[in-house]
Design a protein around this ligand. Sequence first.
Ligand code: EPZ
Length: 448
Amino acid sequence: MTIVSVLEQPMAKDRHTYSITGGVPLEGSITASGAKNAVTKQLVAGLLTDQPCVLHKVPRIVEVDLVLGMLAELGTEVTWLGEHSVRVHTPEVRETSLSAMYSGVNRIPILMMGPLLHRRGETIVPLPGGCTIGKRPIDFHLEGLRQMGADIAEHPTSVKVHVDRLAGAHIDLPFPSVGATENLLLAAVRAFGTTVISNAAVEPEIVDLILMLQKMGALITIDTDRTITVEGVRELRGVEHTTIADRIEIASFAAAAIATDGRIEVRGARQEHLVTYLNTLRHIGGDFAETRDGLEFWRARPLTATDVETGVHPGFMTDWQQPLTVLLTQATGTSVVHETIYEDRFGYTEQLSAMGASVELTTRCLGAVACRFHGRDFQHTAKISGPRRLHGADLVIPDLRAGFGYVLAALVADGTSTITGTRYLERGYEQPVAKLAAVGAHITTQSV
Ligand code: EPZ
């Protein structure tokens, strides 16, 4: 039988090409969707119990459909209770392994190892593979699970794992990896004994996962020094949980308001998830105010350059980097953006330069401190000089977050841009075209 990767199936092809005519200030209100990077992990957490789990504010995006497809393959009953509410119920894990078609699709299958080991003691999960932003290995995930007693055999496109019962361990992460922290949390909650994860990541999406797990009966504490302690419990129960709003989508629309000199209210946006981003917007000349339902963003003065370094939470997140870089093309002076999370996350700027932006990449660390990529051959710092008039172009999206960067570039550019590769954007943004149109963007789509 030939295995067709999900990436080659029809849903992995563009559904639309976008055509955007720039130069229009965006004004109006939109509602933030639930966070992709929280909900996809929370769906996996549902595997930890044989009772039903209900999630609200679930975005209708391809990435969620993919995870639900994976769960269904394992035996989960999936029922949509409303447009954004879904019930997942796995009374019995029928299959312990995910099929190879999910190989290279996303990073969710590797997070299923812990729950599947608790339910069935063994699993084979497909590997995520690298992507256009960097190699993205999973060595921290595997090393942590080994420390918890898992017997792991690595194969070229999958890992086979077996254990009688996972046991608590002290795991010191070499870097505060989001995925590895989540993986170890999902493994530790039902393990025998106590697990300590030091140098853990504490992104709001992880805290939201912890809140859901706590409601399910888990015992988890987060210390001020980013140490997470999990006292394992035998069983977890069903839960009803509302996922946090997507702080990447919110930041994207905030950048769009300021870049186009408009004003956008994002309902559901919460200041506490955006503290560093809001400071950065102020440094550039943007501003925000709390509204009854969320936050409103606008340009308060002519934009000026700034220096930004991406980092782990509560730092400036790497997924805010792309809309910010486009925004900085409109600011007076030279800005520096030092990307310290991914080694190869500026490839998308080549097409910005072709639109008239001045973006110079360097392998040097031009931030406050030398990062993990110091002295290595990675172009991980960008110098952006502005303001530059951008002109419309034919743009091909290389990855999800660069995707909104291109949409934003098209929104500020003179003339009309055509954007393909929109399948990447639509994997993570819910109804991007409808939301942009709602704030007055001149955007049309063509089915392909
Ligand atoms: C999550 O990826 C997000 N993905 C990413 O969003 C986000 O950019 C990233 O966290 C950082 O916030 C999801 O939540 C699905 P990491 P993750 O493990 O968990 C290195 C998007 O567009 N590392 O924190 O994979 C790794 O190579 C995506 O929504 C190892 O070396 O990120 C990277 O340089 C893009 N070994 C760094 O750590 C490991 O075992 C941070 O990765 C694990 C990670």
